[in-house]
Write a protein that binds this ligand. Sequence first.
Ligand code: PLP
Length: 390
Amino acid sequence: MKSILQQQLERTGTNSVKWDGLGRWFRLSEDVLPLWVADIDIRTAPSISEALAAKAAQGEFGYTLFAPEAQDAVSDWYGRRHDLNIEPKHVLFSSGVVPALTHIVEALTDVGDGVVIQSPVYPPFYELVDGSKRQVLDAPLKVTEGRYEMDFVALEEAMKQAKLFLLCSPHNPVGRVWTKTELLKVVELANQYDVIVVADEIHADLTFPSQKHTAIASLDQRVITVSAPSKAFNIAGLFASYIICSVDGWRKQITKVQNKHHVLPTPFANTAIIAAYTDTRAERWLDQLREELEQQMNEVIDLIESNLPMLHTTRPEASYLLWIDFSQLPMSSEERKSWLHDEVRIFLSPGRPFGPAGETFERMNIGTRRELLEEAVHRLQTQLERKAFV
Ligand SMILES: Cc1ncc(COP(=O)(O)O)c(C=O)c1O
């Protein structure tokens, strides 16, 4: 089958945040390689585009309810792909995963309550807790023999003071797919300290073929899951996401907050969810993409290890985000930022917003054509040599 990742897709000039945002927000020129925002430089599955085109052809774009067929589709998908049984009526629509997490925090906690996160973590986790005037309780991950792990001592301490835990599973940016054993321990601690677990599983469907994602809600029915077909099928701009909550009282409270914020699907959101989760052509496309991502991830890590010995990575188990340690470079994060943009001419996501331990890290998005990644490594190597760092 034709490669998905190596296809050519011109995104410049499409108002892409990743590509056009560099010029518009940071005044950088077009030759800077954008390896930051978490979407992929590919078209979505052709069967999804077809379904959206058919929906567009109807010409009906009025206010839209969450389709029962979309709830069924989420339930079937989780049952088939992640061994999680869900009642379709327990699935709520959300126009984005971050809004979903924000609304859940607003619904199920009060101002001043503690919310646990595990840094380094996707920056909106901090922002949404802070922004809701709840207290961030960080239980940082630890690195054991080059692998990120949960620090259960820190997690237990944080849980003692917490009302809710925002779990990132698989984890952005470190790429861990948490094992069943780790997740059982999380559930055990959450039950012991009466903490609500909210799992952001947006990257779950991009778990590499060599790994196995465990839906934590399959270990405890009270866990709330938030996800979307957005990362897996590269349709993040459609804002078609959902919340799975089987506790009736919590679902009612979340719905109340969603109503306050006028959460409704666009007419395309239902179509996208149904097309992604029920058409076997889309499922086959996704399985091919996962294989290509795993292979490309390994190739990029090999390239870095052979050509950039000053940089270090851990091996992600899902998705397309690579967390790279630049600590051996004698530069502050501000100096590194200018150097990357002005001299290397690549744009990575700076690590600092992911938490204190991110200060010396950058996150690279490898979801693009291989030749761009080779070019990025080449540019890094050239500039490191110029600085006599290699
Ligand atoms: C862990 C995680 N959660 C949520 C999001 C964003 O989700 P949304 O755009 O649906 O709000 C991302 C995007 O990168 C992510 O990595």
